[in-house]
Write a protein that binds this ligand. Structure first.
Ligand SMILES: *Cc1c(COP(=O)(O)O)cnc(C)c1O
Length: 362
């Protein structure tokens, strides 16, 4: 197992300045005093694991990632419980997905125990940056990533790769309380095609979704919903969140994993939580017309999106070029609210962790 050797920062942010940041962290704007790093080279494997002061990386302009986007990432959070302890939620799942993403992008797999150890070593070093439990839904967002750092313009898997973890305090996603989002139905763009990289968490998927996101904003929407790339008919997911539909018979449907949908850890956890709550959960294909008609007829009672950053987000409206459909009166449905609390209660240690999902970091 890698041992992340610590080089402590000599310029940690003073306590009062850190407290000011934690009072209003926003998202992804402020970073902790340290970062974890490791290097992989062909033949030697992983080495030079370290936790060192946060700061710019020096990259050769010919680094392969800057040209061919050979890069993957993860997103998870550290939660502080009432007793001061700090926990991650199912980090083994993020580690396993990171390995699947690595395989798809022809990057070296990082052993799961090294992934979790990198996260632990960084959080233990910067533990003062994990927001206090009293502060609602605040957490320390963790961003592991891996990229082709070899200086070479030839097109082939890089023989030198960098793994890094950075951490950023995050306030509640909805500063003014949970608010339903509006969704633009992308007709022109696809996020992922069969055989492509849709199931991998790679930066390129996000780059490819931005034009659709701009289109959504131009139509007054918060997020984009992507349909399948072949029939332009089956609901897949948003740019960075999975989708759920609550039907009028109490059952809940989520698009089945087809290889073009990112397998969210939140999505998977919600299947279990809904089952605990006595709902029947069905993974199947969902026609976008079922959404449009179901919203109008009441056959679909609630729609919500889910992911680590925003947890569970109610979807109020689906908008397309010549119409729109409003679900649940545009508000937050009962099942949506219940599953959101159930998940947060586990993450913040407010209920027993019956599924063994929590992993202590500090
Ligand atoms: C990360 C991500 C999700 C959500 O995954 P979680 O593990 O629940 O955070 C959903 N869709 C896409 C495209 C993603 O990149």
């Amino acid at each position: 197992m890698l041992d992340f050797a610590l080089t402590p920062s000599s310029s940690r942010l003073p306590d009062d300045e850190r407290a000011a940041v934690l009072a209003a962290p926003g998202f992804g704007k402020h970073f902790t005093d340290h970062m974890a790093l490791a290097t992989w080279t062909d033949g030697r494997g992983w080495h030079d694991a370290q936790v060192r002061p946060y700061g710019p990386l020096q990259l050769d302009p010919s680094s392969a990632v800057l040209h061919y986007a050979q890069e993957i990432f993860e997103g998870l959070k550290a939660y502080r419980h009432d007793d001061g302890s700090v926990w991650a939620f199912r980090p083994d799942q993020n580690a396993a997905r990171f390995q699947r993403s690595a395989r798809r992008l022809a990057l070296p797999e990082l052993p799961a125990e090294d992934f979790v150890e990198a996260v632990r070593a960084l959080v233990a070093t910067d533990v003062d940056w994990v927001p206090a439990p009293g502060s609602g839904e605040a957490s320390l967002y963790l961003r592991p990533f891996m990229f082709a750092s070899e200086a070479f313009l030839g097109v082939r898997p890089a023989s030198e790769v960098t793994f890094c973890v950075i951490a950023s305090p995050a306030g509640p996603y909805f500063a003014g309380g949970v608010k339903p989002v509006s969704i633009w139905l992308s007709q022109e763009y696809s996020r992922a095609a069969p055989g492509g990289t849709g199931a991998a968490k790679c930066g390129g998927n996000y780059a490819a979704s931005l034009a659709a996101q701009v289109e959504a904003s131009e139509h007054g929407c918060d997020q984009v919903c992507f349909l399948d790339a072949i029939e332009h008919r089956w609901v897949e997911e948003l740019g960075g969140m999975n989708l759920y539909f609550v039907l009028d018979d109490g059952s809940v449907v989520t698009p089945e994993l087809t290889g073009t949908i990112l397998e969210g850890v939140t999505r998977d956890s919600i299947i279990t939580l809904l089952d605990d709550m006595g709902h029947k959960v069905v993974e199947r294909r969902i026609d976008v017309d079922e959404w449009r008609e179901g919203a109008a007829s009441g056959a679909i009672r609630e729609v919500f999106a889910c992911g680590t950053a925003a947890v569970v987000t109610p979807v109020g409206r689906l908008v397309w070029p010549d119409g729109e459909a409003v679900v649940a009166g545009g508000g937050t449905g009962e099942v949506t609210a219940a599953v959101r609390s159930a998940l947060l209660d586990v993450q913040y240690g407010r209920v027993p962790d019956t599924h063994g999902w929590l992993h202590r970091l500090a």
